[in-house]
Design a protein around this ligand. Structure first.
Ligand SMILES: [Cu+2]
Length: 123
């Protein structure tokens, strides 16, 4: 009898898990929320992979001076206030697949040319 109960529980669990499982979400329905740190001279994380149509919600802080998150190709030029400020929030949709490079356009020091965040938008 105990074995029969175990079999029924396993069977019902499989049915429940199958009912909960979903396939890939349709384009444009995923919201990707991430915390980004900027500092002299980098971003963390510095690589983000999303799918075409995803909406990115970035909560960004600086660990030191003023920076920016800038990508002319995506029409993004977003100032990041210096350390001690509240996080700033940037939201945009990854509309087209591609490999995008964000940089800092603020005069934050001699290493600013090394500040890059790569966004890969996959099909
Ligand atoms: Cu900077």
């Amino acid at each position: 009898m105990k074995n029969m109960c175990k079999i029924i529980i396993v069977f019902l669990s499989i049915i429940f898990i199958s009912a909960c499982a979903t396939g890939p979400e349709p384009m444009g329905e995923r919201i990707i929320e991430m915390n980004i740190k900027a500092w002299q001279w980098g971003y963390s994380p510095n690589l983000i992979r999303v799918r075409e149509g995803d909406i990115l919600r970035l909560n960004i802080i600086s660990l030191d001076v003023e920076h920016s998150l800038t990508c002319p190709e995506l029409g993004v030029d977003f100032a990041i206030p210096p350390r001690g400020s509240e996080p700033v929030h940037l939201e945009f949709q990854a509309r087209a697949r591609g490999d995008y490079l964000f940089h800092c356009n603020k005069p934050c020091g001699p290493g600013k040319e090394r500040m890059h965040l790569r966004l890969i938008v996959m099909p």
